[in-house]
Design a protein around this ligand. Structure first.
Ligand SMILES: *Cc1c(COP(=O)(O)O)cnc(C)c1O
Length: 429
């Protein structure tokens, strides 16, 4: 071999500052915490409706070397050189998103679900314009106009809620509010509503008042991808989604829209709201979408719904009251008021029993949000681990034993050893 033409001023035994040593070597304190978190995820029955377990491939892409790259702009129109590869990665994610959801345009850059929604506000509204969205306390999201969110401070929000009898969406009420207030934007979507949405009804309401229809499918995007929930894409002007919930990808988001809105949406995300995209996340989204395009993902989505139904049926058998009396998606909302106990102590006790849930408001909750009357449960995570209906029936039995014991320490300890024993034999990516 020939001598290298360039003479180095010194030999470089290792890179300066950024080393190849492992995390365990450089930062054992953090490495220990991450190992503990892995154990927690392995040994607990995780029932948070918005969580999941991503594949090893998604984790690999999400922590890949492409994170070193800055890429303000869009493929073919960047403000930095060196985009030869990253442009292809982002185009791959975009094409797969369009294919999976049948969308005309996809933006895969929003850093998370809340900024994705904010980008839609920025694209179509001026501050002070009227927005019609679902009330937070009835299952809507903060970014649908809660007073605590920037959306509730900068825009004139009108909220719709549920029917007091059925606890289901009341489309007549939504239509009435739309006619009365003439919103520029109508938002459909939720974080805690256990039923499917009627997108055709939302479309006709938006059309009647000339509003843009945004469907925020953050929670149920995986079900839509797998064909276990109707798709909002044919009905909505814009669809936002997180990528990390039932879609089972990295923490990120996407905006799907009609071609006519593409330029507005892209401009709102960058430079409207963000700088550079998180390229490693874009890579992880690309491979998440490839996974979601496989036939096995349809089976996964169907199993998520079947499992949530089995959980709901088991809870009803144990005397629990469920909001709407059941579920047709991946989540179950338990109203604990007939059990005479608040959501917060129940969630804390269940966590000690190895069942991770979150306390949640129920519609017309007479308790404060810090200790509401509900418990939200979801099937996506444990369906990924391999749970089927029988295991979710078992989960309902465990929850019943803990609650009906009055959160007794001995019962909690018993259930904890059972949940741990079951989880210990389940594979985890
Ligand atoms: C989770 C969620 C979001 C926000 O997602 P973040 O990534 O936490 O910002 C937005 N909308 C709905 C309906 C959600 O459930």
């Amino acid at each position: 071999m020939q001598q290298a033409a360039i003479k180095l001023s010194q030999s470089f035994p290792k890179p300066r500052g950024s080393s190849s040593a492992s995390l365990a070597q450089t930062d054992p304190q953090l490495a220990t915490l991450l190992a503990q978190e892995e154990e927690r995820q392995r040994l607990k029955v995780r029932l948070i409706a918005s969580e999941n377990y991503v594949s090893s491939a998604v984790r690999e892409a999400g922590s890949s070397i492409i994170t070193n790259q800055y890429s303000e702009g869009y493929p073919g129109a960047r403000y930095y050189e060196g985009q030869q590869i990253v442009d292809q990665v982002e185009r791959l994610a975009i094409e797969r998103a369009k294919q999976l959801f049948g969308a005309e345009h996809a933006n895969v850059q929003p850093h998370s679900g809340s900024p994705a929604n904010l980008a839609v506000y920025l694209a179509f509204l001026k501050p002070g314009d009227t927005v019609l969205g679902m009330q937070l306390s009835h299952g809507g999201h903060l970014t649908h106009g809660s007073k605590a969110s920037i959306t509730g401070k900068y825009w004139n929000i009108v909220s719709y809620g549920l029917d007091p009898q059925t606890k289901r969406l009341d489309y007549d009420q939504i239509r009435r509010l739309a006619r009365e207030h003439n919103p520029k934007l109508v938002i459909a979507g939720h974080s805690a509503y256990p039923r499917q949405l009627d997108f055709a009804a939302f479309r006709s309401i938006a059309d009647e008042v000339g509003a843009i229809l945004l469907v925020d499918m953050a929670h149920f995007a995986g079900l839509v991808a797998g064909g276990a929930h109707p798709s909002p894409v044919p009905y909505a002007d814009v669809v936002t989604t997180t990528t990390h919930k039932s879609l089972r990808g990295p923490r990120g988001a996407m905006i799907l829209c009609r071609a006519e809105h593409a330029a507005k949406i892209d401009k709102a995300v960058f430079p409207g709201l963000q700088g550079g995209p998180h390229n490693a996340i874009t890579a992880a989204i690309a491979t998440t979408l490839q996974e979601a395009l496989q036939p096995e993902f349809a089976a996964y989505a169907a199993q998520c719904v079947a499992n949530a139904r089995a959980l709901a049926a088991g809870l009803i058998d144990r005397g629990f009251e469920l909001v709407t009396g059941g579920t047709d998606n991946h989540l179950v909302l338990v109203d604990l008021r007939n059990k005479g106990i608040g959501g917060k102590p129940v969630a804390a006790a269940l966590d000690r029993a190895g069942l991770v849930t979150n306390y949640n408001a129920v519609p017309w909750d007479d308790h404060p949000p810090q200790n509401p009357s509900g418990l939200r449960l979801g099937s996506p995570s444990m369906t990924t681990r391999g749970f089927r209906e029988a295991e979710f029936r078992k989960v309902s039995e465990w929850i019943g034993r803990v609650v009906d014991s009055g959160l007794d320490d001995e019962v909690i300890a018993e259930v904890a050893s059972e949940t741990r024993a079951l989880c210990a034999v389940l594979p985890m990516p």
